[in-house]
Design a protein around this ligand. Sequence first.
Ligand SMILES: CC(C)(COP(=O)(O)OP(=O)(O)OC[C@H]1O[C@@H](n2cnc3c(N)ncnc32)[C@H](O)[C@@H]1OP(=O)(O)O)[C@@H](O)C(=O)NCCC(=O)NCCS
Length: 173
Amino acid sequence: MMSLPLLAPLTVDDLAEVALIEKASFTTPWPTSAYATELTTNRLARYIGARIDGALVGFGGIWLMVDEAHITTMAVLPANRRAGVATVLLLELLQEARRGGARVATLDVRVSNVEAQRLYRSFGFAEVGRRIRYYDDNGEDALVMTTAELESPAQLATEVKLRGQVLERSARA
Ligand SMILES: CC(C)(COP(=O)(O)OP(=O)(O)OC[C@H]1O[C@@H](n2cnc3c(N)ncnc32)[C@H](O)[C@@H]1OP(=O)(O)O)[C@@H](O)C(=O)NCCC(=O)NCCS
């Protein structure tokens, strides 16, 4: 049976592993100091890590801004991709968003990052706008995506279905 990742809030003890995943995942990685600030001083931030056999394989975070949860980052170690790790993380982050009182979740994603967009669309995120030349490194636009109301039957059904698929896949593998 393929092991499902174990989820836990990220702590400063995880930062060395976060840096490895960050470097393997982004053209302009966030410095470790930025994550340290997020974890220790940003009271709006919630970061969750996913571990398999003790090793950090992915993480994601949100900012809880009153009625909106903004997904700040999401990354999975290349060797562990396409196994549902980001799906498990996003399911938990959206639950955390609901617990925190968010009505909707939003995010920015590079227009070229069709893989991540596919992940987000599977969660019901839809494009609502574009930030022109948002990314400094290559002048690329960002798509702004948002969920339906997090408590809406359609959104809840989407997440229940995804949760079922993840469990089914882990039982089969
Ligand atoms: C985007 C990312 C987080 C996805 O992580 P993951 O654990 O591989 O995602 P999952 O296995 O949960 O994938 C869920 C679905 O997303 C879509 N998806 C994910 N990666 C994909 C890829 N490389 N190609 C096409 N679709 C993809 C698929 O629909 C997939 O479902 P399927 O595998 O049943 O077809 C990972 O590829 C990553 O870390 N990329 C680099 C960092 C990044 O771009 N982060 C997002 C910034 S906004």
